[in-house]
Design a protein around this ligand. Sequence first.
Ligand SMILES: Nc1ncnc2c1ncn2[C@@H]1O[C@H](COP(=O)(O)OP(=O)(O)O)[C@@H](O)[C@H]1O
Ligand SMILES: [Mg+2]
Length: 326
Amino acid sequence: MLDNLPPTSSTPVSPDGLNAGAPHGPLVVIFIEEGGGDWHAKRLKDAMERRGARVMTSTLRACSFDTSLASGIDIPGLGGRLPDGVFVRSISKGALEAITLRLGVLHALSASGVRVWNEARVIERCVDKSTATFLFQKAGLPVPATRTAEGRDMALAYAKERLPLVSKPLFGSQGNGVKRVDQLDDLPGEEDVGGVYYLQRYLRTPEQANFSDWRVFVSGGRILGSMVRQGTHWITNIHQGAHPQAANLEEEASELALAAARAVAADYAGVDLIRDQLGQLQVLEINSNPAWKGLQSICEVDIADALASDFLTAVAAQTVRNEAVV
Ligand SMILES: Nc1ncnc2c1ncn2[C@@H]1O[C@H](COP(=O)(O)OP(=O)(O)O)[C@@H](O)[C@H]1O
Ligand SMILES: [Mg+2]
């Protein structure tokens, strides 16, 4: 963390995100996972600094609302001043109250004119798989047949006629807690899903032995990179042992991924696409805080640098808007 920072400046940044040469670049905070050591955050910080930004890292847990400050928001090290931009790598785990508070801080930063990537409303839409699915459907994108249910009885009533299904935690990631429901007994207990079921048609065939899906990384309305995730288990997250492979992304998949990001208004996102039994691409989910280590291993674009460039360009545009209002 930086101490004794010079006053926040509104230095213009050139369109490719490089500092235009004024004494201070934009002041940026990256919110990282508690415990630190994030490979992604380190690369992002280095890339932003190379592009002239002054970068602090902090956690959302360490931030407070405080009525004694004119801004009302205390980010460690800033003494009540606000940064020009905030990049959210992680909001970190916590109880409902903690997550509500941290999202509240992000909402407040946006409302105070700070450019936040991704904004709280985007994180909320993506973290809740059911809202993301709803927004994809509303945008006319193909999605697997999906239904939510509160309580096991409602889930059983839906599942009865529709096996096999996939059950996912509403707030899951990296394949954790994703389960196939081949028979009704496979339905997880209410305690495992917080009483809320997210049930989806299983899109593979029983004969399949090799599985793949697409991860497409979108930033600033363009595709930075994509990979096929290939494995012998039907859950093809890299975290679950699948391997990243380079492959040319078809036009249809590109358009779907970009449209999915637009549907939730994400500045950057990881979009999962999967082919169903008929070979039709479906939008499976979107991640508003995507990792890119696996993708970087097979991709020529420097993802951290491209993200830093897109983000700093957005921060500069916001600064210009803020100055126009004043
Ligand atoms: N409906 C489905 N049918 C078949 N496989 C699925 C289905 N949903 C998810 N999967 C597999 O499980 C993985 C994890 O699911 P996903 O919805 O992306 O959740 P997570 O947020 O945990 O990554 C996917 O990448 C895919 O391989
Ligand atoms: Mg996924």
